[in-house]
Write a protein that binds this ligand. Sequence first.
Ligand SMILES: NC(=O)c1ccc[n+]([C@@H]2O[C@H](COP(=O)([O-])OP(=O)(O)OC[C@H]3O[C@@H](n4cnc5c(N)ncnc54)[C@H](O)[C@@H]3O)[C@@H](O)[C@H]2O)c1
Length: 468
Amino acid sequence: MKKIICIAALFAALIIGVQPIVHAKVPSKAYSVKKGMIHFKEPARAKGQTSMLGFAAEPIDTVRVGIIGLGMRGKGPLKRMSFIDGVKIVAICDLYQENINKGQERLAKYGMPRADEYVGEEAWKKLCQRKDINLVYIATDWNSHTPMAVYAMEQGKHVAIEVPAATSVAECWQLVDTSERTRRHCMMLENCVYDHFELTTLNMAQQGLFGEIVHVEGGYVHALDKWWNSYDRNWRLKFNQEHDGDVYATHGLGPICFALNIHRGDRMTHLVSMDTDSWIGKKLAKKSLGTEEFANGDQTSTLIRTHNGKTITLHHNVYTPQPYSREYQLTGTKGFAIKYPIQGISLEHDKMADSGVQNHEDLSSHKFLPEKAFKALMNKYRHPIQKALIEKSKKVGGHGGMDFIMDYRLIYCLRNGLPLDQDVYDAAEWSCIGDLSAASIKHNSMPVAFPDFTRGEWNKLKGHTFAK
Ligand SMILES: NC(=O)c1ccc[n+]([C@@H]2O[C@H](COP(=O)([O-])OP(=O)(O)OC[C@H]3O[C@@H](n4cnc5c(N)ncnc54)[C@H](O)[C@@H]3O)[C@@H](O)[C@H]2O)c1
């Protein structure tokens, strides 16, 4: 009966010209509505699990890595790791022999020995089972991230997963629970927290240059028209065809969560989301997937509030033609930083004097600093982890060097037995936006509560630190 009503409603919608809405595949059993707010399930911590906050594993002299997925992204670490001491790529895995061959060529080009090869749909399990691997590095399509990471941790391996680490709240909990149970690191490879402007302005924020940060912005605005056809078997377009919401939030959210000390003194409490209809997505789906339906809106907007009274805005748009932007912005009681479309900083007069940078021009706190003062300030506040790596990172490259700093830090922390820069709770908090925003959109922008992946311990650590 339900099916007949649905079909009738669809026909009625088509006849009167209303666009049928394709809703995200967030199973409605995953959450409930209480007092006008959507709450996703928050399972209690199982016996035998303990928090991974501040977790440090035993130091590893030489980190032996297995890489799964050698597509457009996964070939990058083959080069970058060759510039890092104390790391060996011992195994590589992909669906296609051709990608493996290209990977071997790349290793040879950068003076690295050949790696053992794993080819085929299930070969990654064999790679994870090897006794001699410490770190499994996953750069496959989104749907395979969590199953692979969970399996690898079960085999005693630390894992590093490309973004987003998980595609649903349920998967986020799987990552948290497996990491807590196996005591293995689970880091999402969010490279944008290591970009030069973000690191430098994080340092400024932590030293109080912007006063209290009250509002931050981030986003992922990148027209993928040139790329859609390059993803293996069209996985990305298929995913967006099936899911509405902000499905790729982590590049925008990661750096601003560090600036707000999320789960290190503050936590995101709830969000509301709204999206546009789909125009470009629909056209793409018709051309490449043979369907007229497309769940993901051309533009998705999300507003988040934190426990300490801060706000965050996030945007996702991978469709319309416009300049690339991650919309990075920090708004503080004493200053302001913005990265797109132009980098700029604005400070109150007294903060300008405090910064130790002489500026003889007539400044107004409502204007951006002039170029000379801006450059001087950026140099003065260069983040300590960048200072030693800036030249090398530019030479090695990878999105201007941030990818190299990310891999370097991962290996450095593992070798020295230090907590990683990004923990499993970051991975979960930044990846759950997809499901949360889709649920809000499905219910006419109803507020959605953030699950507390730390299970009440979000205020235990005070501020974000990069371990030394
Ligand atoms: N951090 C960044 O800046 C950034 C940039 C681009 C992509 N990414 C992320 O990297 C990941 C990969 O994206 P991509 O652009 O390289 O996609 P891609 O389609 O080019 O590559 C995916 C690769 O995974 C392999 N693969 C799929 N299933 C597999 C399996 N079962 N076993 C072994 N290999 C398998 C495929 O053969 C393919 O080579 C995605 O999560 C994406 O979001 C991150």
